[in-house]
Design a protein around this ligand. Structure first.
Ligand code: NIG
Ligand code: FE
Length: 408
């Protein structure tokens, strides 16, 4: 599956996956220098000296791009999982000091070494599922030192292990406990975010993006605007958690600000669908959340595709709403719950996701000039990737031409 073609895919173009049978890929210095039928590629002069990796008739696709994760956290919230199963809602748990604040408490008690070794283990797992690029958000620190600690870990991990980490600042996840219930607490916290943290993060190159959880119980539309505009003023591109549990108008704000993506979108209105579909803002759908929380309202993927939106898919890997790092599982959910075809889902998880991370020129498809980021699945037909739900058929993962995972 080469996914060749220009730019992000909308509408019918989501189904164009550029299948090449009996293909071969020539890689040099981590980049793709030729793609085509094996008998042709093998005859090239440069191929003679190349090391051959025979994938034995398996399906090769671009490395999966996970454009939304909360990689750095200290522990699971399995105890809340059980409460949810017994009938308590995500928002009820949050109101009682659980939820995000529970993860914040745990993270602040952890050393950077502990957080890093957990994240390293997780990144190895991401690679086992065919993911080669991982966006990672801060947001479980929510004080100056802890947020800077998380973002520094993104940078260190990006340098020290093979997968590419794209860093996003999510200081506006929720108002931390110490600022709640005191007069002007939210305002005070927003001042720290906009006047202290954002400038420092930008000066030190610790993030590319600034995200906001725009939701009841988190940040209002006008608070979200303040944070995102402050980020923009310092060169951080906006992304948003939008319309996850209710409709707030976050998507229209994201579109107005030229956000790279608006994510979740379960409660997007028809007007919101029109707005994002006419824009270059990517609509990133995260069906793992609805599945894990047992919610019935999945995002309107079909309406978004028909309206021409650039639809992407991501895991939203996090301990509260989506504890999966498996993009293949997300593909399965996209097919059965969002009614996306396997071809559309894989496009959304590669080309369009790469575009949402502003890396569309470098990753997301198997084309000359692009990075040799590949996932090889042990299936007879690409549709079997989502078809075998909950089963990992990834056989090999390659990042910049290096094998970073091979099933034994
Ligand atoms: O994407 N919505 C906000 N952030 C996460 C959940 C975080 C948590 O519950 O820990 C999300 O769903
Ligand atoms: Fe999220």
């Amino acid at each position: 599956m080469t996914m060749r073609g220009r730019g992000p895919r909308r509408g019918k173009a989501l189904s164009q996956i550029g299948i090449l049978r009996d293909g071969a890929i020539l890689v040099r210095d981590g980049r793709i220098t030729a793609v085509g039928p094996a008998n042709k590629i093998e005859k090239l002069k440069e191929s003679k000296r190349a090391e051959k990796v025979d994938v034995g008739g398996r399906v090769v696709l671009p490395g999966l791009v996970d454009s939304h994760t909360h990689l750095i956290h200290a522990a699971s919230r399995a105890e809340e999982y059980e409460l949810k199963i017994r009938g308590m809602s995500y928002e009820e748990i949050a109101k009682k000091g659980g939820g995000i604040l529970n993860s914040v408490k745990k993270l602040r008690l952890s050393t950077s070494e502990e957080l890093k070794s957990r994240a390293r283990g997780l990144l190895e797992k991401f690679a086992e599922y065919g993911t080669t690029t991982v966006e990672a958000k801060s947001g479980y620190g929510l004080d100056v030192t802890s947020e800077l600690r998380i973002l520094s870990l993104h940078k260190e991990l990006d340098a020290e292990q093979p997968l590419e980490i794209v860093s996003t600042f999510l200081g506006a996840h929720v108002v931390p406990a110490e600022f709640r219930g005191k007069d002007g607490g939210t305002r005070e916290y927003l001042e720290i975010l906009t006047k202290q943290l954002i400038p420092e993060i930008a000066d030190n190159g610790l993030a590319e993006y600034c995200d906001v959880f725009c939701e009841r119980g988190a940040f209002t539309l006008s608070e979200s605007r303040r944070v995102l505009e402050a980020g923009q003023a310092h060169g951080l591109t906006p992304r948003m958690h939008a319309e996850q549990l209710s409709n707030t108008g976050a998507t229209e704000l994201g579109v107005e600000l030229g956000a790279a993506s608006c994510d979740h979108l379960e409660y997007l209105t028809p007007a919101g669908i029109r707005a994002i579909s006419k824009s270059d803002t990517v609509a990133a759908l995260l069906p793992g959340c609805d599945f894990h929380l047992g919610l019935k309202q999945y995002a309107a993927a079909r309406a978004l595709i028909e309206a021409g939106a650039i639809v992407a898919l991501a895991t939203d890997f996090n301990p509260g709403t989506s504890p999966t790092l498996s993009m293949p599982m997300v593909l399965s959910l996209a097919c059965t719950q969002l009614r996306m075809t396997p071809a559309e889902a894989i496009t959304a998880a590669t080309v369009n996701a790469a575009h949402s991370l502003r890396r569309g020129e470098r990753i997301g498809s198997i084309e000359v000039g692009k990075q040799a980021d590949l996932a090889v699945f042990e299936v007879a037909d690409y549709r079997e990737i989502p078809y075998y739900f909950g089963v990992n058929n990834c056989w090999m993962t390659m990042k910049r031409g290096e094998i970073v995972y091979l099933r034994v």
